[in-house]
Design a protein around this ligand. Structure first.
Ligand code: ADP
Length: 475
């Protein structure tokens, strides 16, 4: 069984969010089980070729779209899974992956359309034909369309994974011509979406199976409230839609070996976690380790429920608790948090992307806040629990699948239902209250560390799906 995993970002080469983590750890987990997996991504300017030992191959070719030739050169790196990187300087030598903080790059259809063609051209040139191509999010959603409608490679199976349905890759209808797709694909059962071209819709319609990253989210996206206009398409294709929970890489996220945290620890010597907290508080001018430490780590985007934190900040400042907030994203929120930096003695704020700092925070905190409006899966909560941090979250998507409220038998977190300030503050107060019971807190911290959020179960589900698809192709 040969799998080609295609993604627009793969950790540690390029990362803007959880997609990169999954694109690293799922192929690793599959290849550890003896399957041949290659992974493929664009080679952006920001990828550190030297650091990661990325070297050129002699594979190069042109993709002809948009009335011109785009020259691609393929690079590679081997480290467990074999990674291939596709370089075109005009398309990928830019400061950001998808766009600046002001907005998306206007030629993203060309950028990711060309990359999609390049992946298929690579198979042709190398004569490496996978049994299944696994594509991810809108950036690579054109691949199943090209596979079936342009290349007619009907023996190759395709799985498309939706990591976040809010991002669909919607372009004006003349993308059909720019990408040589042919107007026969511009109709309701294919790429057309309200007189525009929708890449993600194409991925849903043309792939053999569609997965999304948690069982709850797979149900939610079939409703108008969460489907962002694609709920009808998904309901129509629900026979091939599966919710498979993401995992995290237990080698990458491990408090026993993490080199960035102050003191390593396990559930056996959890008192060291408190020592991490003490050092963190001192380092960031927060006082009194006897108070609970609540953290938020994530993109500053409406999706993450960041407004609830923003609107509750004065209430939080009055609580007998410390807070640490790390994130960046939409300008509105960056400006807000930059403006209030240093204003409250119990709230530490860092606007930016800082993985070592995030690790120190996971290791030091008592509670992680995830008040998301929607959350396809969410990795932060799994990482937090791996580090013995309890989770306070809105009951949606993957959060509903991974966090169990303490009011339930064997519960180990705090959940709230409605994304309003009253419920959010109430759940903070529940956290404060729980924190008073030191014995219970320690027991819960230990038990969340011993939950299993590794890829074990989910990798097996993916393998079953790959095998079923291969079988259905009769090869
Ligand atoms: P997303 O919707 O952004 O993909 P996930 O919860 O799936 O959310 O994944 C988020 C990943 O990005 C986690 O590994 C988290 O630790 C990391 N992350 C998010 N924001 C930051 C930041 N500002 N600094 C460091 N790491 C971050």
């Amino acid at each position: 069984m040969k799998i080609a995993f295609v993604s627009s970002e793969i950790y540690p080469f390029a990362k803007t969010g959880g997609l990169a983590d999954v694109s690293h750890s799922l192929p690793e987990a599959i290849s550890e089980r003896g399957f041949k997996v290659i992974s493929m991504m664009p080679l952006y300017k920001t990828v550190d070729r030297k650091k990661f030992g990325i070297v050129p191959t002699d594979i190069e070719f042109n993709v002809h779209i948009n009335n011109k030739d785009y020259h691609f050169k393929v690079y590679k790196q081997k480290n467990g899974v074999k990674h291939y990187f596709f370089h075109n300087s005009e398309l990928f030598d830019r400061d950001y992956l998808y766009g600046t903080p002001e907005g998306d790059y206007p030629d993203n259809d060309i950028r990711f359309g060309a990359f999609s063609y390049a992946v298929l051209e690579f198979f042709k040139i190398t004569n490496f034909f996978p049994d299944v191509i696994h594509t991810n999010d809108w950036q690579t959603a054109l691949i199943p369309v090209l596979l079936k409608a342009k290349y007619n490679w009907n023996n190759i199976g395709s799985i498309h994974t939706i990591h976040n349905i809010a991002y669909q890759g919607i372009f004006d209808k003349f993308a059909i011509e720019r990408l040589n797709l042919g107007w026969d694909l511009f109709h309701m059962e294919a790429l057309e979406f309200y007189d525009k071209v929708n890449f993600l819709k194409g991925g849903i319609v043309f792939s053999d199976a569609v997965t999304t990253v948690s069982p709850t989210y797979s149900r939610e996206i079939c409703t108008p409230e969460y489907g962002y206009g694609l709920d009808g398409v998904l309901r129509k294709h629900c026979h091939k839609l599966f919710g498979i929970l993401n995992g995290i890489d237990y080698k990458v996220w491990n408090p026993e070996t993490d080199p960035h945290i102050y003191l390593n620890y396990s559930s056996e010597n959890i008192e060291k976690k408190s020592e991490n907290k003490e050092i963190f508080l001192k380092e960031h001018n927060l006082s009194d380790p006897s108070k609970p430490l609540f953290i938020f780590i994530g993109r500053f985007a409406k999706q993450k429920g960041i407004d609830l934190i923003k609107d509750s900040i004065d209430d939080m400042a009055k609580m007998r608790a410390n807070f640490a907030i790390l994130g960046s994203g939409d300008k509105l929120y960056n400006d807000f948090f930059n403006d209030i930096k240093g204003k409250y003695s119990n709230i530490f704020i860092e606007v930016g992307y800082d993985e070592p700092l995030s690790r120190k925070m996971y290791a030091s905190a008592d509670f992680l806040l995830m008040p998301s409006l929607f959350e396809p899966c969410g990795l932060n909560q799994m990482i937090a629990m791996r580090y013995g941090t309890l989770v306070i979250a809105r009951k949606t998507g993957g959060l509903a699948d991974t966090v169990k409220d303490i009011s339930e038998p064997h519960g180990y977190g705090i959940l709230f239902n409605n994304p309003d300030k009253g419920e959010f503050i109430h759940s903070l107060l529940r956290g404060l209250n729980l924190y008073q019971d030191e014995h219970t807190m320690t027991g819960l911290k230990r038990s969340v560390m011993n939950l299993d959020f590794s890829w074990d179960a989910s990798a097996s589900q993916y393998i079953r799906l790959y095998e079923e698809i291969k079988f259905s192709k009769g090869v």
